[in-house]
Design a protein. Structure first.
Ligand code: SAH
Ligand code: SF4
Ligand code: F3S
Length: 495
């Protein structure tokens, strides 16, 4: 007889930190006998791993939880759990339970490691559970099983939380204070990932430069020393990336180590947020634009092949046209390879929420579109210069339908080219043969080597959705609904 395995679905919103924490939630569910599925109609449990960074993230999540209502009506035994940064906000757990009475479990960022117990409690008692923990018992997460599905990429937490309190940002309130993992734990994890065959390790923290974990002698290690140590596994070919760097803390020592390292990428994400000193001050960023420019200059001098990416907020309270033009000026100065531009979004409980001079929606939108226009101009110009150049590329994935490979340059830029699935996980020289705006296409230089590569077993995320993806999912749903009706009728007759 076929075993009837319970199925799970995890919907992830937000940053890389959340992507990785969903791998930890998947680890918990799989060690409890659950198997991943493609859509909510097939699932026995649906977990939302939420984000609260901007209002539109929250609106999308609320919309998606709403979409589950009908499926839950047809499948009353399906468990719906809401975790992550949105749930961790003050009073949100109650709001979620009130708005969506069919939700079964609400948990926060600090009790993610406890999810297994919450699940068991719910399965046993059948009662709804809402538990948000204020303590940062986070370090427990280090011992968790991780079901990695990011292909050649592996995420490694080096620290949790944030102490910076940028005035616009909700993260310090939902992630708590900074806690750094011990050096040895990180090194052990990195080494075992390399042994397992992962090729690109990204060190995760909200401000990696303020890393201060203990080393094996009991001394506090800086981010610079940690970087040196993770760069030292020379028996492997791999890349190290890290995110995110705070411009106030990115030291000359760190830049030196990156420039002399074997494995650390020269593509660096350095969020500027604004080009105006007035705005940086109001944002509580603790650097001015001169400091930022001198960091950029130092990176360029020490690594002429470096590429920068950034985050920018437009329409922060009080931002004038002159302030915004300074943001455009820093974009021209730093010539970023990628820019993530955001419209300022009010977050409850943050200092900026209460600031006067909020910028009107129309101005914010108009500034974002000017930012995007300049962004495209810069990136397209930079991309055009790549034509004919050869780069070392890490082959990250293969699209079977299109028969095309996707890889990343050291800068993080994506390139696509022809080859075979066996090339995934290899570092290959690829020549850029075509440029379309900011998109690049290439050709493997040593094609004769392709047949010497063998297939590796990387796991990728499966595409999940709330609504039916599989043909028979609606059928199952209809059957469930019919069975429920029959049962309900039976029950009411019995009564
Ligand atoms: N710790 C990282 C980034 C965290 S959030 C850092 O300091 O860079 C990612 C980005 O979201 C931020 O860099 C910022 O540009 C943006 N962001 C954060 N809060 C926001 C808000 N309230 N409105 C709009 N964008 C915001
Ligand atoms: Fe938010 Fe600032 Fe912390 Fe980044 S450094 S997470 S923007 S408070
Ligand atoms: Fe990340 Fe969103 Fe939380 S950006 S830290 S998931 S608020």
């Amino acid at each position: 007889m076929e075993k009837n395995t319970k199925k799970y679905l995890i919907l992830t919103y937000g940053c890389q930190m959340n992507v990785h924490e969903s791998e930890k939630l998947a680890g918990i569910l799989e060690s409890n006998g659950y198997e991943v599925c493609t859509d909510a109609t097939l699932a026995d449990i649906v977990v939302f791993n939420t984000c609260a960074i901007r209002e539109n993230a929250e609106e999308k999540i609320f919309g998606n939880i709403g979409e589950l209502k009908n499926i839950k009506l047809a499948k009353p035994d399906m468990i719906i759990a809401i975790g992550g940064c949105m749930s961790q906000q003050k009073n949100y757990a109650d709001e979620i339970m009130q708005k969506f009475p069919y939700v079964d479990i609400v948990f926060g960022t600090h009790n993610l490691a406890d999810f297994e117990n919450l699940l068991k409690e719910r399965e046993k008692s059948g009662k709804k559970i809402s538990r948000i923990c204020e303590d940062e018992t986070i370090s427990l997460r280090d011992q968790m099983l991780i079901s990695r599905t990011s292909g050649v990429n592996a995420w490694v937490n080096i620290m949790y939380g944030c102490n910076n309190f940028c005035t616009y940002c909700i993260v310090p309130y939902v992630r708590g204070r900074e806690i750094s993992r011990p050096v040895q734990d990180i090194l052990k994890e990195v080494e075992s990932l390399l042994k397992e065959g992962y090729k690109q390790i990204t060190l995760l923290g909200q401000n990696v430069n303020s890393y201060s974990g203990v080393d094996s002698d009991g001394n506090v290690s800086s981010f610079a020393s940690l970087l040196k140590a993770v760069d030292s596994f020379d028996e492997y070919k791999y890349r190290i990336r890290f995110m995110t760097s705070h411009p106030k803390d990115l030291s000359s020592e760190v830049i030196d180590i990156i420039s002399k390292s074997k494995h650390i990428c020269h593509g660096i994400h350095l969020p500027v947020q604004s080009g105006s000193d007035n705005m940086l001050k109001a944002m509580n960023r603790h650097y001015d634009i001169n400091r930022y420019k001198s960091v950029v200059t130092e990176i360029r001098e020490k690594m002429p092949d470096s590429e920068l990416t950034t985050d920018i907020i437009v329409g922060f309270p009080g931002e004038t046209e002159a302030d915004f033009e300074k943001t455009l000026a820093i974009m021209r100065f730093a010539r970023y390879m990628q820019i993530f531009g955001f419209i300022y979004s009010k977050r409850k409980g943050t200092p900026a929420e209460k600031m006067e001079n909020q910028v009107d929606a129309k101005t914010k939108k108009e500034r974002l579109s000017r930012l995007l226009a300049l962004k495209n101009e810069i990136i397209n110009e930079k991309t055009a210069k790549m034509l004919g150049q050869t780069y070392e590329v890490l082959v990250e994935s293969y699209d079977k339908e299109k028969d095309v490979l996707f890889g990343s340059l050291d800068s993080g830029k994506t390139i696509s080219f022809k080859g075979t699935e066996n090339c995934v996980g290899e570092f290959l020289d690829v020549k850029v043969t075509e440029v379309r705006k900011s998109v690049i296409y290439g050709e493997i230089v040593q094609k004769d080597k392709i047949e010497t590569y063998s297939k590796k077993n990387f796991k990728y995320p499966i595409e999940v959705s709330i609504l039916p993806k599989e043909k028979n999912a609606m059928k199952i749903l209809r059957e469930n609904k019919r069975n429920k009706k029959i049962n309900d009728n039976k029950k009411s007759k019995e009564n």
